[in-house]
Write a protein that binds this ligand. Sequence first.
Ligand code: BES
Ligand code: ZN
Length: 513
Amino acid sequence: GSTFCKGVPHDGQDLLPEQTAGKQKPYMYTQGQAVLNRSFFPGFDTPAVKCTYSATVQVPEGFTAVMSATTWEKQKDNTFVFKMEHPIPSYLIALAVGDIVSAEVGPRSRVWAEPCLIEAAKKEYDGVIEEFLAVGEKLFGPYVWGRYDVLFMPPSFPFGGMENPCITFVTPCLLAGDRSLVDVIIHEISHSWFGNLVTNATWGEFWLNEGFTMYAQRRISTEVYGSAYTCLEAATGRALLRQHMDTTGEEHPLNKLRVVIEPGVNPDDTYNETPYEKGFCFVSYLAHLVGDQRKFDSFLQAYVEQFKFQSITADDALNFFLEYFPDLKKQGVDSRPGLEFDRWLNTPGWPPFLPDLSPGQQLMKPADELAELWASDGLNMEKIEAVDISAWKTYQLVYFLDRILQKSPLPDGNVERLSTTYPKISKAQNAELRLRWCQIVLRNNHEAEYSKVKAFLHSQGKQKYTLPLYRAMWGGSEAARALAMETFSATAPQLHINVRNYVKKILGLEGSD
Ligand code: BES
Ligand code: ZN
């Protein structure tokens, strides 16, 4: 383990009071994944190496420090002592310091947030986290990390969630008021087994972390919420993969599960939907080969038991799969034409197998049909008004908006009409809905609502929301480009350094910093 003392430079985020939710006190946090922790502490900053750690952190009066550690203790002089008793890769060491408080939401879970958000945070997750943990344990084996806490970060936090052991860091956008974005928590909980216990040995095999985690997330979601809802959520994931491959071209080398990362290339620059959603398809394909969900769940549990506290490659994982199912090995399932394991790993492009999402049809079909009506030339308002969307879940609306976006630009005037017909969508506070609405506004050059794009980008700095909107603005009209420039100059200081640099690249401002 290593000990570091106050004043050590780091590459996380130092935030001014005005960049926090409460706007009173400064805040700092670290974000290790993928390779940022090398500027936080000296060490082997590779996921191939694991170790325990301890840390002593002294903070000013009125501040609290939290870390990804199994035990912590507050001593005199505002000094916190942390210990992580299990070996973890360096990217999972995380620290946050701010005016933060906590509230209990389960037998082994607390939420942490700035005081002005703690009530909302407690309300969002009170009593729900334990069920996810319990289902995860039933499926994948013991939860070894002791506590599972959630820290709500300042608005500039670049991710939906980061699976720091014992304490997941999440965007405050999850505070939707209706638990509708809880899939992010289920995802981060799933990393407790896939990623944090069994870790990709190199960033080129990141899909081992994220693909298995997407699979585990959707297993837990199916147990808790059923297959209709889970397949709907998976369909929005598939749409993201479609969008990504359409923009990069299917043959792009990053559209392989196993990515070649040349020396000097920042693994963060290879980040995209492929390890998540194509990885999910590959794990689903393995489950399909087995054919029996319960047998495959047992395999996953055995896989965790076999490789826990280790770092592995895809070959290790797949060899273990074939050893675990000797009949499949004998049948040569790893070399079925078109579905070779080698092809899955090393060939870019659309997944050669897609899991069946038809249980989601009951939720998707009405959304498909409604999107069809909105895309037509003469709007049939009678038919449109006959569809009651008031009971639709957030992900159903998200799916509907993705369909609208796919069909955009819509005939003249339709987006304006859509906006007035569904204030629940065009005036939504939910970040997933706001993202889609802003994308629709931009794709349709609907300048009357450009202010919403600006407001959304001012309110948060999540990478997966920020970059698509800047890409859309930069690829759009003169007015859209001006909006991009204006918004970036106002928000740049509050963006995470990585996100800021990616936006610069999109706007052709590279090299000025
Ligand atoms: N580990 C990732 C976040 C990450 C990836 C940080 C790569 C740095 C580099 C985390 O588990 C994640 O995937 N978060 C998603 C959640 C979603 C898939 C439910 C996110 O932030 O959007
Ligand atoms: Zn993840």
